[in-house]
Write a protein that binds this ligand. Structure first.
Ligand SMILES: Cc1cc2nc3c(=O)[nH]c(=O)nc-3n(C[C@H](O)[C@H](O)[C@H](O)COP(=O)(O)O)c2cc1C
Length: 153
């Protein structure tokens, strides 16, 4: 897949996790993105420390598990860092593992849409686990959906 400038689009998937479920979802989303012909890097939010760690991608997919009704603190901090980049019009999506309420993917999605003004997929991906209830396919399909926005750009 090529963008208008002839380059292969690059996607960054960043996850915040405590017990690893959200990382698994991140890896599956990245697979789906690659199936669609774009490049995908997957990074733990703990490795994102400065603007240059985030800069230079055509699409961003941010995810966090939900704890106590919220996204995890490192993802909140990273969103303030991302605010400093101009992500307007770039493709975006959000995801996260949850147990019962799953607020984190919704809050991340709203921030990317309303503050960063990104070109978002239809909605956040909320999964109770990567492997249960068709989660593998849902996460891969979510990556494909991100790739579809890129191919339309
Ligand atoms: C102390 C604690 C609090 C939690 N709070 C919530 C919550 O408010 N809402 C929810 O949907 N899930 C909640 N969960 C469930 C986690 O989101 C769920 O276990 C998820 O799979 C963890 O993802 P992770 O492996 O990426 O950390 C909580 C889990 C623990 C241990």
């Amino acid at each position: 897949m090529n963008m208008k400038d002839g380059k292969t689009p690059r996607t960054l998937v960043v996850y915040s996790t405590r017990t690893g479920q959200t990382q698994e979802i991140a890896e599956l989303i990245a697979e789906g993105i690659r199936f669609g012909g774009a490049e995908a890097d997957v990074k733990n939010v703990t490795g994102i420390k400065k603007e240059s760690d985030l800069a230079g991608y055509d699409a961003y997919v941010f995810g966090s598990a939900t704890y106590h009704g919220e996204m995890m603190q490192p993802m909140k901090t990273m969103l303030f860092l991302a605010e400093k980049l101009n992500l307007e019009g770039k493709a975006g999506g959000s995801f996260g593992a949850f147990g019962w309420s799953g607020e984190a993917p919704d809050r991340i999605f709203d921030t990317m849409a309303n503050i960063f003004k990104m070109n978002m997929v239809s909605g956040p991906l909320r999964l109770k686990s990567a492997s249960l209830g068709g989660g593998i396919k849902m996460a891969q399909d979510y990556g494909r959906e991100v790739g579809k926005i890129l191919s339309d750009t």
